[in-house]
Write a protein that binds this ligand. Structure first.
Ligand code: AMP
Length: 190
């Protein structure tokens, strides 16, 4: 079983690329952001707690997303592996993921980082706001807070996976097809 991590700032195109990657390599795509939005839409207790955090551009507590990931691993059968999108987002989550995988006698296969410059982040998010209508994509201060959260809490994770020899980076600028081409070129050899 393979465990890939898709990494990059908000607006890098992780969700779009994850769908194509899951399809091509037979992977189960797990987006913690999508799982949280589904909880909010269903009006669950967890969704109610997560809503204000998400709408302010902050992260939800580590234990919440760690629990979601582990139960998704346990309930999913018949796939070649998993593609994690938006998780891990903190060093604590990365350490927890190693623990979850160790219990499954597995480890992270590889991390693929989609890199885009800061100027492009806001442009991409504004474009997505029109298409997807996400509440956290519309307000400037929320977008700024998500970018800050990414730089402060998530970007340091790159070092964690570089040290583990699992870090791969691709250029996320250009068209969807161009970026997919770069990702497939890399993954075909992993
Ligand atoms: P995303 O769809 O990945 O951009 O996630 C949307 C929002 O969900 C984030 O801004 C966070 O508030 C929350 N979220 C998603 N994944 C995580 C995670 N791994 N840890 C903490 N919060 C998360």
């Amino acid at each position: 079983m393979k465990y890939f991590i898709l990494f990059g700032p908000p607006g890098a195109g992780k969700g779009t690329q994850a769908a194509a990657m899951a399809d091509r390599y037979g992977l189960c795509h797990i987006s913690t952001g999508e799982l949280l939005r589904a909880e909010i839409a269903a009006g669950t207790e967890l969704g109610l707690k997560a809503k204000s955090l998400i709408e302010s551009g902050a992260l939800v507590p580590d234990e919440v997303v760690e629990g979601m990931i582990e139960s998704k691993f346990e309930s999913t059968k018949g796939v070649e592996g998993f593609l994690l999108d938006g998780f891990p987002r903190t060093t604590a989550q990365a350490v927890a993921l190693d623990g979850i995988l160790a219990r499954r006698s597995a480890e992270v296969t590889s991390l693929i980082s989609i890199m885009i410059p800061d100027e492009l982040i806001k442009e991409r998010i504004r474009h997505r706001a029109v298409i997807e209508g996400r509440a956290d994509d519309t307000k400037d201060e929320v977008i700024e807070n998500r970018i800050r959260t990414y730089h402060d809490k998530t970007e340091p994770l790159a070092e964690f996976y570089k040290k583990a020899g699992k870090y791969n980076e691709i250029d996320g600028t250009g068209s969807i097809e161009e970026v997919s081409g770069r990702i497939f070129g890399l993954m075909d050899n992993l």
